[in-house]
Design a protein around this ligand. Structure first.
Ligand code: URA
Length: 190
């Protein structure tokens, strides 16, 4: 079966299984040699039906510029395909929350299938949530960012190069230099 047919079939399966939810599917070039994996969509992503289009997306675009890669050249997805929310105790409004272990487990199969369809040369998990989905062992992004790993999915070996989540830089400006250094290293690898 063609790649496009496989991804269409997978996306239909996700949309059917989560028909009660507003789903944001993976986006970009299915023939890309690089797949970037975020945590879960936020409100802007849900509105525009695309991963990384909100504030984190702005940082993300800047980082793609460092790599001299166009957004449309890569494939971008999230572990959890809906927006996990909670009620803010302060404002009583709806805010984002980190996906639970259970949610990560529920979506892991879909993510691995996405990777198996795209068959990238390198997988770039952004932050802790995609690390949890990809590795059995607990890794912390603060310890493994900028390090090259190897994992096997469906008997195919992939390079994995974890980066901090682009939103982390919004809250922790001191991470910016670390991030840029990691990206420069990644640029050499790809
Ligand atoms: N953060 C993510 O992890 N994914 C998105 O799509 C947007 C923000």
């Amino acid at each position: 079966m063609l790649k496009q047919q496989r991804i269409d079939r997978l996306n239909r399966k996700i949309l059917e299984e989560y028909s009660e939810q507003k789903i944001v599917l993976g986006h970009g070039n299915i023939n890309s040699s690089i797949i970037l994996i975020g945590e879960a969509p936020g409100s802007n992503e849900v509105k525009l039906q695309k991963p990384f289009v909100g504030q984190a997306g702005k940082n993300f675009d800047e980082f793609l510029e460092i790599l001299e890669i166009d957004r449309e050249e890569v494939y971008i997805t999230n572990v959890v395909k809906y927006r996990p929310t909670k009620k803010s105790l302060k404002t009583q409004g709806v805010i984002n929350r980190t996906p639970t272990k259970k949610e990560i487990e529920l979506f892991k199969g879909y993510l691995l299938e996405e990777i198996d369809i795209i068959k990238p040369k390198i997988i770039v998990p952004l932050g802790n949530t995609p690390l949890k989905a990809l590795f059995q062992k607990e890794h912390k992004i603060s310890e493994v960012h900028g390090t090259l790993f190897n994992i096997s999915i469906n008997e195919i070996d992939y390079n994995v190069y974890p980066l901090y989540h682009p939103a982390a830089v919004i809250y922790r400006r001191e991470l910016r230099k670390v991030y840029v250094d990691d990206l420069k290293k990644l640029k050499k690898i790809i």
